[in-house]
Every structure is written in structure tokens, then in C-alpha cells.
Design a protein around this ligand. Structure first.
Ligand code: AMP
Length: 217
């Protein structure tokens, strides 16, 4: 299965991409995680990306697309992949089409996590991320261990630097500017499936499992 998860920040893409890719042994390719990895490594790319990410803006297309190209080549050894957070605009969608054509990888599915803006705000404000394994939690909706640590690996939780008020508003604006053409692009290709981003993580997971089971037949 080769799928894209589209949706605003906080819609549940990352959480569900992690769970679904584990359930179906798919490669989870999150451009946000890849970029945060380059920052942690203090690489040249990381130093460039950080400036954009801290402002809640998109990192230049060519930098992100190079990362995705590399991961998609590696994904050939897997049973498929979930692309989480890419493409984020039309230029990236076209670049992705080219990569997939070059690698002869057909796309099966694009899931659009439709999410009201108030839900996005609440999710990002309450989000906590494990500094060790990257798992996402939410203080109310998806709480971590009672001891306040990651329930997967016991790691320390942190607030993502770009989950601060002003950056959140900028990320919502950036998403709204670019989302509509992307949704149209994949609807035309007859690949688009809507999932409500407002439902609980458990309900989202159940709906996605049904969708993946149907598609896998
Ligand atoms: P995310 O973890 O998906 O919310 O992404 C965090 C930040 O990484 C975004 O606000 C962007 O600054 C950057 N980023 C992630 N994916 C992309 C992408 N496909 N294109 C450009 N920037 C991206």
C-alpha cells in the first residue's frame, strides 16, 4: 500500500501514520520528522531548515523533495509507505509525481484529514512529543503515562518549538493557502478519501483500518 496523509498540523496524520504503518509493515515517511532529525544532527540542511520551521513556514521545496526522493528509493524494499506531511503544495505534488514515475511506484490512496481550525488549535496547544522516540501525545485526548513520560519508551516529553501560539497561527495560514489545490489535484486523480480529523484517535484508527482493508483487496 502506498498512501499519502494530507491535512493540517494536529489533524492526527502523524499518530495514525505511525500506527497504520506498524500494523501493515509500511515505511512511515514524515517530512517533519526527517527535518527535525537534520536539525538534531546539526547538518547543513538542518541549519537551513530550522529558520523556516521556527517561523512556521514551509522549508524550500528542493530541500524537502531531496529528502523524500532518498526515502522513497529505500521504501522499495518495504511493502509500501505512508507519506506524512508531503506534499504540502502543488510544486511538491508535481515533483512527487515525477519521482513515483521514475521509480515506477504507483500511488494507491490519498487520505485527507478534514479538520476544523478550532480542533487544530486545541490539538497543537495540548500536544506533547517524546524527545526520544517522537511519539505524539495530547494532554487530554491521548494522555501519556501517569508519570508524565512517554508510554512507549519512557522518554521525556516536550512541547514542540513550533507549537507555540504565533507559530501555530502561521502554520494554519500556510496550510489553508496550499491545501485546496492539493485536494483538487488528488480528487481529479480519483485517489482522495476523506477522514474526519475531529474524531478521536481510536475512531480515526478504526476508520483507516477499514479503508486500508478495503483497498488491499
Ligand atoms: P510537521 O511535523 O509535518 O507539522 O512539520 C513541521 C514543519 O516542518 C512545518 O511547519 C514546515 O516548516 C516543515 N515541513 C514539513 N514538511 C514539509 C514539506 N513537505 N514542505 C516544506 N516544509 C515542510
Amino acid at each position: 500500500m502506498r498512501a499519502i496523509f494530507l491535512g493540517p498540523p494536529g489533524a492526527g496524520k502523524g499518530t495514525q501514520a505511525q500506527r497504520i504503518s506498524e500494523a501493515y509493515q509500511l515505511m512511515h515517511i514524515s517530512t517533519g520528522d526527517l527535518l527535525r532529525g537534520t536539525i538534531k544532527d546539526n547538518s547543513e540542511l538542518g541549519r537551513k531548515a530550522r529558520v523556516y520551521m521556527e517561523r512556521g513556514e514551509l522549508v524550500p521545496d528542493e530541500l524537502v523533495t531531496a529528502l523524500v526522493r532518498e526515502r522513497l528509493r529505500a521504501a522499495r524494499r518495504h511493502r509500501g509507505f505512508i507519506l506524512d506531511g508531503y506534499p504540502r503544495n502543488q510544486a511538491q505534488a508535481l515533483a512527487l509525481d515525477e519521482i513515483l514515475a521514475e521509480e515506477e511506484i504507483p500511488l494507491d490512496l490519498v487520505v485527507h484529514f478534514e479538520t476544523p481550525v478550532e480542533v487544530v488549535r486545541d490539538r497543537l496547544m495540548g500536544r506533547r512529543v517524546c524527545s526520544s522516540c517522537g511519539t505524539n501525545f495530547h494532554l487530554k485526548a491521548l494522555p501519556p503515562s501517569p508519570n508524565g513520560r512517554c508510554s512507549r519508551c519512557g522518554g521525556e516529553l516536550m512541547i514542540r518549538p513550533d507549537d507555540q501560539d504565533q507559530t501555530v497561527e502561521q502554520r494554519i495560514r500556510v496550510y489553508e493557502d496550499f491545501a485546496r489545490p492539493l485536494v483538487k489535484f488528488y480528487r481529479k486523480k480519483d485517489l482522495l478519501h476523506k477522514v474526519s480529523g475531529a474524531q478521536t484517535a481510536g475512531d480515526q484508527y478504526a476508520e483507516l483500518k477499514r479503508l486500508f482493508e478495503r483497498k488491499a483487496k
